[in-house]
Design a protein around this ligand. Structure first.
Ligand SMILES: *Cc1c(COP(=O)(O)O)cnc(C)c1O
Length: 370
């Protein structure tokens, strides 16, 4: 008997490996592997979640109208041009299937977010990963990869896992020089953390034309990764087609209520940004003082560079043995790096202290790394 066969390209997909949450035999776990925000979920979101418990027999509002209103009010955007998703991951999938498919090229950068590759391949696209410069997207390299087959370009700005930011004038140049029929996706999952003057998460490019869409999420700044809420702001025609294909009730009742409440939590973003800037700086400085290179980050994580893959693996194992889970970067073609979420003050201190112990124990092994 023959078994059902998937389309052959599906078997080229490496399943997404999420940040781990447990270490065997260790009681106290510091989970710094998924950039989930340092403070947990906002109190108002937790309260809203508890409040809806008695109503969960009801279907949610399929159009997430109250949530789109709240997002629009918060960020100064037209709710009609917003679509919500089961995390921005769902929206990435739809975009790939709507605009991509067999015969279509999707362009991303070498160390871009792996969901683009997974979703693009699933949709049947050829996924092209173009070289970066200094772990930052390079517009010339992206443009050089464009052909008549190009349909979608994905840019995370700032990028996960590198933390790097593409300058606004370069992003604008990319849009200007891409063919107008190519959809540019600006994934601004970390937008709320960015303090760079002049940064725009993509709204200006969305509003300037018909061919750019911005993605956002409640999973990072708003500490709601477990609820799965993301959203897109785009041209009416693009939002319209996503609405035709998305799950009818994609954002569940509790998620909608919690997200609306999270947006209203007073001072949440300000407090989170202040904490992130302070502790990202402190953690980076502490690691640099140990001789570990840290790439500049605009996000709520740092990318620590251990020069060799062997040393990064040993550091990862050393941390893990002490209950500290960070993210290995082999899947991102950065096997010599570890990505570390900026957690609470205590968590940052423990990570830095543990890496200090690691570095003093492994001071002389640099040459023997393979
Ligand atoms: C975390 C992340 C997302 C996914 O967010 P969800 O809304 O949880 O699906 C998308 N893009 C980037 C770059 C991310 O880091």
């Amino acid at each position: 008997m023959t078994a059902p066969a998937p389309r052959p390209e599906i078997l080229n997909i490496q399943a997404y490996v999420a940040g781990e949450a447990k270490v065997q035999g260790v009681n106290r776990i510091l989970k710094l592997s998924s950039n989930e925000g340092a403070f947990g979920p906002p109190e108002a979101a937790q309260e809203a979640f508890r409040q809806v418990a008695a109503d969960i027999h009801r279907y949610p509002d399929g159009g997430s109208a109250a949530l789109r209103q709240a997002i629009g009010a918060r960020f100064g955007l037209d709710p009609e041009r917003i679509v919500c998703g089961t995390g921005s991951d769902e929206l990435i999938q739809h975009i790939c299937h709507i605009y991509g498919g067999p015969g279509a090229d999707l362009i991303m950068t070498m160390h871009g977010f792996t969901m683009y590759q997974i979703a693009g391949t699933y949709a049947g696209c050829r996924v092209l990963k173009v070289p970066e410069r200094n772990l930052t997207a390079d517009v010339d390299n992206i443009l050089a990869a464009v052909s008549p087959a190009t349909r979608i370009v994905f840019i995370a700005n700032p990028n996960n896992p590198t933390g790097s930011l593409l300058a606004m004038d370069e992003l604008e140049r990319l849009r200007r020089e891409l063919p107008p029929e190519v959809l540019l996706v600006v994934d601004a999952a970390y937008a709320e953390y960015v303090t760079e003057p002049g940064y725009d998460p993509g709204t200006a490019l969305v509003e300037a034309g018909e061919n750019t869409i911005m993605l956002r999420t409640f999973s990072k700044m708003f500490g709601m990764g477990g609820m799965r809420v993301g959203w897109a702001y785009g041209p009416p025609a693009v939002i319209d087609v996503i609405n035709r294909v998305r799950g009818v009730f994609n954002v569940n009742l509790a998620a909608q209520a919690a997200a609306v409440a999270a947006l209203a939590e007073p001072g949440w973003v300000e407090r989170s940004v202040a904490h992130n800037v302070e502790w990202r700086t402190r953690l980076s400085a502490a690691l640099e003082a140990l001789g570990i290179k840290v790439w500049p980050s605009h996000c709520n994580f740092i990318l620590a560079d251990f020069v060799t893959a062997a040393r990064a693996r040993r550091a990862d194992a050393f941390l893990r043995g002490r209950g500290i889970i960070v993210r290995g970067m082999a899947a991102y073609d950065l096997p010599h790096c570890l990505r570390i979420t900026v957690g609470t003050a205590d968590e940052c201190t423990v990570v830095a202290d543990t890496l200090a112990t690691f570095m003093s124990a492994h001071r002389d092994d640099g040459e023997t790394d393979g």
